[in-house]
Design a protein around this ligand. Sequence first.
Ligand SMILES: Nc1ncnc2c1ncn2[C@@H]1O[C@H](COP(=O)(O)OP(=O)(O)OP(=O)(O)O)[C@@H](O)[C@H]1O
Length: 275
Amino acid sequence: MTDALVVSGLTKTYRGAGRGPRVVAVDGISFTLAAGGSLGVVGESGSGKTTLAQMIVGLAEPDSGTVVIDGRDRRDLRRGRRARLQRATEAQMVFQDPYGSLDRRLDVAGALADTLRRHGTPKDRIARDVAALMDRVGLASRLANSRPHELSGGQRQRVAIAKALAIDPTVLVLDEAVSALDVSVQAQILTLLDEIRAESGVALVFVSHDLAVVGQVTDQILVMYRGRAVETGDTDQVLRRPEHPYTEMLLSSAPGPRWQPERVAELRAALAAAT
Ligand SMILES: Nc1ncnc2c1ncn2[C@@H]1O[C@H](COP(=O)(O)OP(=O)(O)OP(=O)(O)O)[C@@H](O)[C@H]1O
């Protein structure tokens, strides 16, 4: 079977501000994800998670390396409307703040209908598909005519997920998609993502600074530190027995039973000395 997503040697450097040095935001990241698989990408702020996510969906251009989805190299699809639609079908992204990706003028049904229409759903199927999508992400039908500002954060995130699913993508990338939600709503969205993955076989890339959240929704984990993957593996195993000091530091920094501020300071000093 073809892997859903194969990322090889992705690298991206940004020019530093003013005369500042160049920043290697992502440095030679590689991984493979099967259909229905899920990968958590974790790391501190500035470790390169968002830049990696953007390159996977085509919002940022890599300096080198490749992204292959369903056996097709994304570089072969650069210009034109058809290429844009094809790109969208291959990979969709859900952001932390769905306000940015939702049109404030469109109500829930209008936003979903608009996405379906642009992706070629016949007119006579749109109303039925909108209702099915709302049902699938747990949005009550009474919300069909609500606009983004009339929804809660969790409801807005469900609309963003429904819009992404309307396209039936091979890969769904979620960048801090539950970080702004309170814990009970987070749990609902995480359960929803798990159900969707099991039903549709979409491959999930779940970017988060929150290790507990990543532990709930992913089978594999990739730990990023200064643009590099310092540890990869089975999520449970990595979270239970981290091998890299950076992963241990992340785990010891999180609030909860493993919180150890002294150990964090010690590990941070060791990491700084090693680089
Ligand atoms: N457009 C840009 N121009 C210049 N530098 C950038 C740009 N985008 C990101 N960077 C730099 O690249 C590095 C990685 O940033 P990135 O946003 O990918 O990290 P992150 O892990 O997603 O962080 P956060 O969790 O804070 O969003 C950082 O040093 C950042 O300052």
